[in-house]
Design a protein around this ligand. Structure first.
Ligand code: CA
Ligand code: CA
Length: 416
């Protein structure tokens, strides 16, 4: 009985492969907004190596990860093979391939095919059934989501927590910049390392404690005004393109790195190699708390304000409240299509914490009106000094000056 069952399954799998075949494709993953640069790219069977732009999540292959990159996993290498997949994509076209997405904070991920197409399914950790991968997916912090071309796929729990390789930069209130630190263990007694730096946008400068180095090979003592600043205890930095060769300044077995940037810059990734062995990849990410561009069209406008108004009016229904559908967000909006409404609902339900703009512990009419007033004023930033917290007060009830100020600070931080 057991044998025949096995045989039946084997035949069914072969037939499925023969009928459907497996396609080459790549998918762009945008986090927090459907527009702009992808944060990640995954796929299979593509020729070009994809640069990794890891945000606060990391996607890596499971099936062939150790085989395809075995040369990167010497016995001394201290990183999991999983991570090497970030930059190289899965080359083998196979229905057995899986990609595991994990999130360190609640977020909405948007998926768009960049090349080819395939029918994809997603299985959430702790949920038995896989479902067709939607155009946008609400990710819950700490969960893993396994994407596959197989409808019967089960969620894979990653062997290594990718968040351990990601540094979330925290806001420094005194400078309005974001900062974070990482420690990389050096390999043996090596005295130098090669750093590979990748970024979605914005320049990266290196700082050795005395001089600033730019990637055109120049250096100076004046701090750069914009971009990423990466400090490290190194000397004799030779920085060109996206590669820097550095000598360790101290003989300790650790390399200390710290990064500073402004909110506007997308995540960067630092890969440290010693003697041609990758010893660590650190992803530097400005801590994201969500967005008020609920439909992900790249703008915060009247529609976003009305989605929230309608959502609050309906009592902030969660994903479990199946009576509430995306159409329930449509009142008073203009030109919002079904996809916009669905994206907005996913965003609203996926990031409930950020909607309590005034921090009074509830998402209520006042929060909806702050956003309405803020959008009506043209979403003024901190540079627009003419706009003060009082400008959020219209149509609210009982909002204190402190709550209005908290709401304004939060709304400014949530601009895309
Ligand atoms: Ca929008
Ligand atoms: Ca509130």
């Amino acid at each position: 009985m057991k044998k025949s069952t096995t045989l039946l399954i084997a035949v069914a799998v072969c037939m499925a492969s023969a009928v459907w075949g497996a396609n080459a494709f790549t998918v762009n993953v945008m986090v927090g907004s459907a527009s702009g640069n992808p944060s990640l790219v995954f796929g299979q069977g593509t020729n070009a190596e994809q640069k990794a732009f890891p945000p606060f999540s990391a996607m890596f292959g499971v099936k062939d990860v150790y085989l395809a990159n075995s040369e990167n996993f010497g016995a001394e290498a201290k990183v999991s093979g999983d991570f090497s997949r970030l930059g190289t994509d899965i080359r083998t076209v196979s229905d057995d391939n899986k990609w595991v997405l994990t999130a360190a904070t609640d977020a909405t991920a948007y998926f768009q095919f960049a090349e080819g197409e395939a029918t994809l399914y997603v299985a959430e950790e702790g949920v038995d059934e896989a479902k067709p991968l939607p155009g946008n997916l609400s990710l819950k912090a700490g969960k893993s989501y396994t994407i596959s071309t197989r409808s019967a796929t089960r969620a894979v729990v990653p062997a290594q927590d990718p968040s351990g390789q990601t540094v979330y930069l925290e806001a420094d209130a005194s400078t309005d910049l974001y900062t974070g630190k990482a420690t990389v263990e050096k390999l043996g007694s090596a005295s130098s390392a090669t750093l590979f730096l990748t970024t979605g946008d914005g320049p990266i400068y290196l700082y050795d404690g005395a001089k600033y180095y730019a990637n055109d090979g120049t250096s100076g003592v004046v701090a750069p005004e914009a971009g990423w600043l990466l400090s490290l205890d190194a000397t004799n930095i030779a920085y060109s393109g996206d590669t820097a060769i550095v000598n360790f300044a101290s003989a300790t077995d650790k390399l200390e790195l710290s990064a500073t940037t402004a909110k506007a810059y997308k995540p960067i990734s630092t890969t440290v190699c010693v003697n041609n062995v990758r010893i660590a990849s650190v992803n530097w990410v400005v801590k994201s708390t969500g967005t008020i561009d609920f439909d992900g069209n790249g703008e915060v406008d009247d529609n976003d304000a009305m989605y929230l108004y309608n959502y609050v009016s309906a009592g902030c229904p969660t994903a479990e409240d199946e009576w509430f559908t995306a159409d329930g967000l449509a009142d008073f909006t203009f030109g919002a299509e079904e996809a916009d409404l669905e994206a907005a609902l996913a965003s609203l339900q996926g990031n409930p914490g950020v909607l309590d703009f005034d921090g009074n512990g509830e998402v209520d009419d006042n929060d909806a009106m702050y956003l309405y007033n803020y959008v009506s004023a043209g979403c003024p930033t901190a540079e627009d000094e003419w706009f003060t917290a009082d400008g959020l007060a219209d149509f609210t009830f009982g909002a204190t000056p402190e709550e209005l100020q908290t709401a304004l600070d939060n709304l400014r931080n949530l601009l895309p």
